[in-house]
Write a protein that binds this ligand. Structure first.
Ligand code: GLC
Ligand code: CA
Length: 559
């Protein structure tokens, strides 16, 4: 039995970079409202909005100081209600980001928490004594440095898995859980349709808090993996489900770094009463280096990428539901990462990647700009980047520890940095790509005269219409939702080929990941009466794959 969110396609809006309506250079909710029809035209069913809550903006809204207020940069609660209504009038649902592993240090709870050890809110956060003048454990933050920050007022350290302005909540405290559940319930009452839950598998920490044994002397990677999936994570999520989630027709997806398929089946198994989906990261970390983590220019091999995605397709089938994504606000642009963003191949390879992902089992997520093939950006001056992760890591890896040279770090930022995804949406060939009449908070990618929504909508062959067609195919062919997945030729370094089968039907998806023309026995893999559902080239010889060519066929299999 498929349910609505298994048939849905999600469009992710990063409001800060989507559309500025008042010329202050920051995208806002009125800006989102201006483009609901665009999202509708694409064919998506759900809008996921990155955080718009009150925030000092240390980590672009992932540091929340008031869960029930809107950040003034984005507008008001009335504006959000207008977005919810507009979505509903257009048959779209709205999913909010939920950031409850941590708050801002400017949240009232934390402000009270740090006043004294006796304060009733002290135990809302994770405070520990130091060890002989050193932090309580060796854990490293996701954004560099220790996860512990000393506070002289209470003479203790507080835990922050991200920046020191993002103290982690103490989920062991039942009062914390109750406050969070009440707040979620309030949002459900406002008419929202779902939650994307930020780093939700971090809410339960290891017990007791002891050193991370995986951290070697010179590792500059984080302790996220060690801290994730703590002993009470499932208990907390089941309580959340009982008290809030199950009472509304919601869509829920947990962001869960460092999970295996087995872990994911615990968080999102059909019979678990926790979440509906998780975002796993295996295919997003293939290039990582043991010492510097993501700050490298390593490229993933195609067999590794195929293995990562296929493992999830197979392991979750019938047990839990995959989320399918290439991009989000934390990842570089996929056409620059796994495709080819040179003018000659950008459109072909963006379509190839789209078809490769959208024919898999799961719920696809499209990140703003992906549907027009937006690319990574390279700012000449390091000071033009805004991301706190880039800034903090640059300071640590280049300036303090000299682990990387400035040139190495610059190349790594241009390849993997989060600001690649956060440059303003490219609407038109007009100043600032039509994003703002003011000065954009982050520079616009200079390629906007060529790559923009206007141009895409005018070209019937554009990436946009290819995505629109993929979404429509998913609605028309149940096999795309339900079919069982099988990878073909796992070791082929140039071609990704897989089938989906349902009853006597078979889908065959084939993608050439290179700029070469290749021969592969495709025809031999097809059943009878093959019908081409989608391709990025005019039909020609079935066994010849032109540069970045991609196709999906439907055929009948007997036996
Ligand atoms: C998640 C968010 C990311 C944020 C981090 C801390 O990974 O997607 O943008 O920086 O959590 O909240
Ligand atoms: Ca604005």
């Amino acid at each position: 039995m498929t349910v609505w969110w298994q048939k849905a396609v999600v469009y992710q809006v990063y409001p800060r970079s989507f559309q500025d309506s008042n010329g202050d250079g920051i995208g806002d909710l009125q800006g989102v409202l201006q483009h609901i029809d665009y999202i509708k035209k694409l064919g998506a069913d759900v809008v996921w909005l990155n955080p718009v809550y009150r925030s000092p903006n240390d980590d672009n809204g992932y540091d929340i100081s008031d869960y029930q207020q809107i950040q003034p940069d984005f507008g008001t609660l009335a504006d959000l209600r207008a977005v919810i209504d507009a979505c509903h009038q257009n048959g779209l649902r709205l999913m909010m980001d939920l950031v409850v592993n941590h708050t801002s240090d400017e949240h009232d709870w934390f402000v009270a928490s740090r006043t004294s050890r006796e304060d009733p809110f002290h135990d809302f956060y994770i405070w520990r004594e130091g060890r002989n003048g050193n932090p309580p454990t060796n854990w490293r933050s996701e954004f560099g440095g220790s996860v512990w920050q000393y506070d002289p007022q209470v003479d203790q350290y507080y835990l922050h898995m991200f920046t020191k302005k993002q103290p982690d909540l103490n989920w062991r405290n039942p009062k914390v859980r109750q406050k969070v559940f009440d707040m979620m319930d309030w949002w459900c009452q406002q008419g929202i349709d779902g939650f994307r839950m930020d780093v939700i598998n971090l809410i339960s920490k290891p017990e007791p808090l002891t050193d991370d044994p995986h951290l070697t002397q010179d590792a500059r990677t984080s302790s996220l993996g060690y801290v994730a999936n703590g002993p009470h994570a499932h208990e907390y999520l089941q309580a959340m489900n009982q008290q809030v989630l199950r009472r509304y027709p919601l869509m829920t997806v947990g962001e869960t770094p460092d999970v295996t398929p087995d872990d994911a089946i615990k968080y999102a198994g059909f019979d678990r009463g926790e979440l509906q989906m998780v975002f796993q990261f295996e295919h997003m970390q293939l290039e990582n280096d043991p010492v510097v983590g993501k700050w490298t220019t390593n490229r993933a091999s195609l067999p590794a990428l195929k293995a990562a995605l296929s493992r999830w397709q197979t392991a979750l089938d019938g047990k839990a539901w995959n989320s399918l994504y290439w991009n989000n606000h934390d990842q570089p642009r996929v056409v620059s990462r796994f495709g080819n963003d040179l003018a000659e191949y950008r459109e072909l390879s963006a379509k190839m990647l789209a078809n490769t992902l959208h024919m898999m089992q799961g719920t696809p997520y499209i990140y703003q700009g992906e549907e027009i093939g937006m690319t990574n950006v390279a700012f000449a001056d390091i000071r033009n980047y805004r991301d706190v992760e880039i800034k903090n890591t640059y300071r640590e890896l280049v300036e303090e520890t000299k682990t990387l040279t400035p040139a190495q770090m610059k190349a790594a930022i241009e390849y993997r940095g989060r600001d690649n995804a956060r440059t303003p949406m490219q609407w038109r060939d007009a100043p600032n790509a039509g994003f703002t009449t003011g000065t954009p908070w982050l520079g616009v990618n200079p390629n906007y005269p060529q790559i923009n929504v206007d141009a895409a909508l005018m070209d019937p062959n554009s990436i946009f219409y290819f995505y629109q067609r993929l979404i429509q195919l998913r609605k028309d062919y149940p096999i795309i939702t339900d079919g069982h997945y099988a990878l073909l030729d796992p070791d082929d370094e140039a071609v990704f080929m897989y089938t989906r089968t349902l009853g006597d039907q078979q889908l065959l998806m084939v993608s050439n990941f290179t700029d070469q023309t290749l021969q592969r026995p495709v025809a031999a893999r097809l059943g009878t009466q093959p019908e081409g559902l989608i391709s990025n080239y005019p039909a020609a010889d079935v066994d010849t794959l032109r540069p970045y060519e991609t196709r999906t066929y439907l055929s009948t299999v007997v036996g």
